[in-house]
Design a protein around this ligand. Structure first.
Ligand code: 9MG
Length: 283
């Protein structure tokens, strides 16, 4: 006799969360990104990758025109616009998929909003000049990420009094700044920024205590896919971090992440399906 799924108050709550989880697919159109450097830097290759991600079940595509890996070289606003905006325009004209633009530059944000971006993903949490104003003039969703230091030097000597408390306090200030400028709370998403000015221990402490960020009462994004915190622990090259990436994404989702930023869309979608099936049978 088949065993029926169970309906309890707690598994219904968990299922509601899991049904809400979105897979954000990474599309780096940079020559020097850390895990797929240069692979999608031609227009056709980028569009093919979007098509593939859609087939694999992606919920939102995150396009980045400047690498944020440690030591990355900065790109001018003009070059970033030239890399990202034509691609955004063609994706919006050909596909019915939400697009996020990964940028910290007000000029890029402004062009992205003008051309139909659905989200701004800012690793500098709108701290650069003009960003708060640009976003405040629209009703776009924005992911505020925490980073200690700047990409070129952030891994030199990260330090915190208490990593969770320090990041919570950073977000409280950033949320206040957003709201003061007129950005609505319902537009905000927060992300503690795995690998951005954090040691290996900091990253794993953040993952272990990820649920603490729920205190902010905002959707949480986790970006761990293929990062050094996996490579350093597992002694694996960037292309061999799939198992680690999936495990970390699932741990984050189980603790409340509602968006996971990933390279491997099909595998992440499968992992989430398994998690949902388990939740249906929890008593
Ligand atoms: C652009 N980018 C690289 N890593 C990231 C992460 O972990 N989170 C977010 N929001 N963006 C990221």
């Amino acid at each position: 006799m088949p065993i029926e799924p169970i309906s309890t108050e707690s598994n219904q709550k968990e299922l509601a969360h899991l049904n809400n989880v979105q897979v954000m697919g990474i599309l780096n159109v940079t020559p020097d990104s850390f895990s797929d450097g240069g692979r999608f830097s031609t227009f056709d290759a980028a569009l093919k990758q979007v098509e593939l991600m859609i087939e694999d079940g992606v919920d939102i595509v995150d396009i980045g025109g400047e690498s944020t890996r440690p030591g990355a070289i900065e790109v001018s606003e003009k070059d970033e616009i030239a890399r990202v905006i034509p691609l955004l325009k063609i994706i919006k004209s050909r596909f019915d998929i939400p697009v996020s633009i990964d940028t910290s530059k007000a000029g890029v944000m402004s062009e992205a909003i003008l051309h139909g971006a659905d989200m701004i993903n800012d690793v500098r949490a709108l701290q650069n000049e003009g960003c708060l104003d640009v976003v405040a003039q629209s009703h776009i969703s924005v992911c505020l990420m925490h980073m200690q230091g700047m990409p070129r030097t952030m891994q030199a000597s990260p330090h915190y009094k208490d990593i969770i408390d320090d990041i919570l306090s950073f977000f409280q200030h950033r949320i206040e700044s957003c709201e003061t400028k007129g950005i609505k709370r319902e537009c905000l998403i927060v992300d503690p920024g795995f690998g951005f000015g954090k040691t290996l221990q900091h990253n794993y402490q953040m993952l272990a205590d990820f649920a603490q960020f729920k205190k902010l009462n905002l959707p949480l994004l986790a970006g761990i896919s293929r990062k050094s915190m996996l490579g350093d622990l597992l002694n694996r090259d960037v292309k061999q971090r799939l198992s680690g990436s999936l495990t970390a994404a699932i741990v984050a989702v189980q603790q409340g992440a509602s968006i996971v930023r990933v390279h491997d869309v099909a595998e992440s979608v499968d992992a989430l399906k398994v998690l949902k099936a388990v939740a249906q049978y929890k008593s």
